[in-house]
Structures are given as C-alpha cells and as structure tokens.
Design a binder for this molecule. Structure first.
Ligand code: FDA
Length: 512
C-alpha cells in the first residue's frame, strides 16, 4: 500500500475504532505518499515564505477529520505515539506555526469543520473553527441587513486562530474584538474530552479568548453574539502623497482617530508608490480608509468638526450595506457578488515579514518623516495604522488575555513583502524591517514594548523547548499579554501540565 509507513499504520490502528462506519482512513489521514498530501499542505498557508520551507520537517501526517471523535482520537494517538500536533484552521499564521515544526509532528487540519449556524431571533451564531471570516460574514449577510460581527478585514482568515488571538477590524471602536463577543465554545483538551464553557470553566474560557488556542487544545466551534449595524453604512478612501500633505494629515489623525464617535473608524494604510522615473517619482502615499455606521448626511458634519484637514466631500463617500462594506474594505472591486467572500483564493497571499507596535503618544512629524525615508529604501512596504478608543477603552485589560485597551491610540503594523523566495532575499528584507523596528523604539509603547499576538513575530522571542521556564517565556509573553501572562501560565499548567500542546510561542506549563 503506497500509504503505508510505521507511523501511518500506528495512527490508522489507533484511530480507526473512533471512525464512524462510513469513514475510510485514507479519506482523513494523508501521508507524504498520498497524492493529495502536498496540495493539502500548501492549500492554506498565507505567507508563501514558508511554502517548501527547508527550515522544518514536513508533517508525518495531515489529518483532516470530518467528525469530532476523529479529532479526539488524533489528539490521544499523537500523545501515545509521542509526536507533536499543530492545529490549523485558516493557515494565516505569520510565522507558519500551524503547519511548521522542528520535531516530528502531525497537522490536524480543520478544513472540514466550517459550518456556520445563524440564529437571528437570538442574535447569535455558532461557527466552527475551520470556517473563514468571509464565510461567517456571508452567512450573516444572507440572513440580515442589520447584523454584523466585529472581526478582521481579510475574508480568508480562519476563525480558529483569529478568535483565539483576539481579532479586530472595522467594528473595533464600536464593539471591540471578535474575542470580546464570544459567549461559548467547544474545545477538545489534552485528554480528548470535549468541553463547553460550563465544563471547561471560566479560567480556560477566558484564556482561549485572546491567549491563542494552540496552547490549550483544539477549539472546535464558537458561539458568538451578533452585533447591530444600521441598514446603511458609509465607506470612503482618501489617498494623499507627501506632496499633497500626507505627513501633516497622518500627524493630525493621531490626535483624533481614537477620540472620534465610536461609529467612525478611520484607518491609515501607508505605502510607497511611483515607478521611480522622472515623470513618476517614488513617493509615500497615505490612504485614509473608513467605515462609518450611518449615512453620508451624518458623516460629513462629523468629519468637518473633527478632521476638517482631510477635506472629505460627499462625493468621496459611498453608501452601502454592512455586508457590502466587508467586500469594500477587503479590496474587492465595486459590484463584486457577495459570493467572493466564499473564495478560498488568498487575496493577499505573499512572501512577507511583519511586526507590530502599540502607539500611546502621537509620533512627531519628524518621526514620521524618518519612517517615510526608510520606506523609500524598499519596494513593497506597508504601514497599517488601526485606531483604538471607543469600546476598547471600556474593557478592562484583564477582562480577556488581550491587554491592549485604554491608553493605546492605535495599533501599528509594519509589513515588507518580496517577490523571490530565498534565504538571501529574506535576510535582506527581514534585516530592513528589524532596522525600522529599532528606529521606532522611542515612539512605541514601553515597559513592555507591546505587540499584537495575532501578528505573530518570532523576533520577540521563542520557547527553547518543552521545559521553557516562566521567565524565559516572559520575554515574548509580556509583550503580547502584559499582566495577563501570569494567569495564562496558571491556566495552561492546570489544563495541560505535560505541555503537550506547544509551539515556539505557546504558553509554558510550569510546575513549582
Ligand atoms: P492558523 O490556522 O495559521 O492558526 C494560527 C494559530 O492558531 C496557530 O498557532 C494555530 O495552531 C492556532 N489555531 C488555529 N486554529 C486553532 C484551533 N481551532 N484550535 C486551537 N488552536 C488553533 N488579524 C486581525 O486581527 N485583523 C485583521 O484584519 C487581520 N488581517 C489579516 C490578513 C492577512 C492576509 C493575514 C495573513 C492575517 C491577518 N490577521 C488579521 C492575522 C490573523 O488574525 C492571524 O494570523 C490568525 O491567527 C489567523 O488565524 P488562522 O486560523 O487563519 O491561522
């Protein structure tokens, strides 16, 4: 049999008592010899830097279960065989931690767990971890014009990683994070038990809403509160180059973006544009990209009062439904059918490295100019500035593991992309972004310099092995979770004392 290897046979023997009578092992367990293995391995990774990566071993097996009992069996059999597990939902992890590992491992791929059940009467939904944000938004949009959900902007992002790491998008200022709007969940723990909120207890339920799922088990599904959106919302994008006053506008934005009415979200995307020729010189462009929960008639006076410098006119704005706005913000051309939200094609697939910061004090114009200057040295660079404030200020730092609440003006994400996958290219661009990060030190949050867990960055530190100590893990853990890190370690130590669910940035399990 082409599929046979000792590990494969052991898994088939170990797992098959849990299969339902109609499941065949070759439909859910894939070895490197299976014709579908490499398609499966490479179908969801978002960061192409890790495709065909030589820095890790490939998984011994990819297990793509259809039924919960098969996941339970995969966890228990991996424990028995002494192989590590990586759980993958949407595969968007920036550092590829859902499908890369240095030691023998299997992937549990949740691609078949993608059901979304909307209950409009209850204003809630159950969504499985393997679904994408696009599938969730689509299902909501099909049922209601006045409900939405506050989660990320890219429709191919997976629910499993996104919700368990926080998750924010254009509704953040009104409703907070995706994780803030989760009311129940089902998780399979290290002993193969299926636990809902009541059975897992409030500590573990707290931990999986921002502390990252990968440390705690396999999260199967989430119950979420839908949020109210008006039948008509307004979007706009106004782009300005340095020559058109971008620096002054970005500078001014920092003073107002987190204080605006919570119905108004204006993010900035900065990139370099121009071909570098005499007629089309290279320059920096800042795009002010906005969602307003209301009509143009209410938006224009708000903008005139708070951000007149941008000079927003009604003609710059478009009214639409909330679900249409998810397409707009994701960058689909106007008039695209809602079904594009269901596309598995990765809109933003690229080779990249990203880093993040939280900004608590406005950066002076000179500081911004220093960023622009560095941007002009590179080709494909992006700065994404997402304003906080509003609802984010009302939620205590300790309410979920995600601590970046009151006091943060905005989240800043730096990203550099390149075209040719290779070590030399990677080193060059990674060096550049590390230099930019160093340059940003005086302007970023301090003690700790904090970062967003879902913008995974292994430069912040990594666990050395299964016995990583609390102090060693604090190096990266405090940056993502601040004062919540200690509680995450306590929860982890209780639920998974043997540290079975682990990766380079998983919460360590500590024993006194
Ligand atoms: P993936 O499957 O790679 O998992 C990420 C991590 O979660 C891994 O450690 C994995 O093991 C673990 N995990 C996944 N499913 C699990 C499960 N069911 N149980 C336990 N552990 C599980 N973020 C944001 O807040 N707002 C945004 O707008 C965007 N936009 C965006 C665009 C693009 C193009 C990318 C690549 C990423 C983003 N993100 C984002 C970041 C995104 O939220 C983050 O990468 C998520 O972790 C991705 O979740 P996936 O399930 O897709 O990743």
């Amino acid at each position: 049999c082409a599929n046979s290897s000792p590990v494969h046979e052991n898994f088939v023997n170990c797992m098959s008592p849990s299969f339902n009578p109609y499941t065949k092992s070759f439909e859910i367990i894939f070895t490197a010899e299976s014709p579908l293995y490499s398609d499966l391995l490479q179908s969801s990774p978002q960061n192409l830097r890790w495709v065909n990566s030589t820095t890790s071993n490939n998984p011994l097996l990819i297990i793509a279960p259809f039924h919960e009992s098969e996941i339970q069996a995969a966890v228990l059999c991996s424990k028995k065989q002494g192989v590590q597990v990586r759980v993958r939902s949407g595969g968007h992890d920036y550092e590829g931690l859902s499908y890369l590992c240095q030691t023998p491992f299997i992937i549990i791929d949740l691609r078949n767990f993608r059901a979304v059940e909307i209950d409009i009467a209850d204003e809630s939904a159950w969504v499985q971890s393997g679904a994408t944000l696009g599938e969730l938004y689509y299902a909501i949009g099909r049922k209601s014009r006045v409900h939405g959900f506050p989660a990320g902007i890219c429709p191919t992002v997976g629910i499993g990683g996104h919700f368990s790491g926080g998750g924010f998008g254009t509704l953040l200022r009104k409703y907070g994070l995706a994780a803030d709007n989760v009311v129940d969940a089902f998780l399979i723990d290290v002993n193969g038990r299926i636990l809902d909120r009541k059975a897992m207890g409030e500590d573990l339920f707290w931990a999986i809403r921002g502390g990252g799922g990968a440390s705690f088990g396999v999260i199967l599904s989430w119950k979420i509160k839908l949020v109210k959106v008006p039948p008509i919302v307004t979007v706009f994008t106004v782009s300005k180059t340095i020559e058109q006053g971008a620096t002054e506008l970005v500078h001014r934005w920092q003073y107002i973006a987190d204080k605006l009415h919570e119905d108004l979200f204006i993010r900035i995307i900065v990139q370099n544009v121009g071909a570098g020729t005499r007629t089309n010189p290279k320059t920096i462009q800042a795009s002010f990209n906005s969602l307003f929960l209301g009509g143009i008639d209410r938006l224009i006076p708000l903008m005139n009062q708070n951000f007149p410098e941008l000079g927003l006119k009604a003609a710059d704005c478009t009214q639409m439904t909330w679900i249409e706005s998810t397409l707009y913000t994701a960058g689909f051309p106007r008039g695209s059918p809602l079904e594009v939200l269901l596309n598995k094609t990765q809109l933003y697939e690229a080779i990249f490295k990203a880093k993040s910061d939280y900004i608590t004090e406005p950066i002076p114009e000179d500081g911004l100019r220093g960023i622009w200057q560095r941007f002009l040295e590179e080709e494909l660079v992006y700065l994404i500035m997402d304003p906080y404030g509003g609802r984010m200020n009302d939620i205590l730092e300790s309410e979920t593991p995600f601590p970046h609440r009151k006091g943060n003006l905005y989240n800043m994400q730096y990203m550099v992309k390149w075209r040719v996958n290779g070590v030399r290219e990677a080193n060059k661009h990674v060096h550049w972004i590390r230099m930019l990060y160093r340059y940003m030190t005086p302007y970023a949050s301090k003690s700790p310099r904090s970062a967003y867990f879902n913008y995974r960055d292994l430069d912040l530190g990594r666990n050395k092995d299964v016995n990583t100590s609390y102090l060693e893990a604090c190096v990266w853990g405090m940056k993502y979770f601040k004062g919540n890190f200690k509680r995450l370690v306590q929860v982890k130590s209780k639920i998974d004392p043997g540290n079975f669910f682990r990766n380079e940035q998983s919460i360590p399990s500590i024993h006194e």
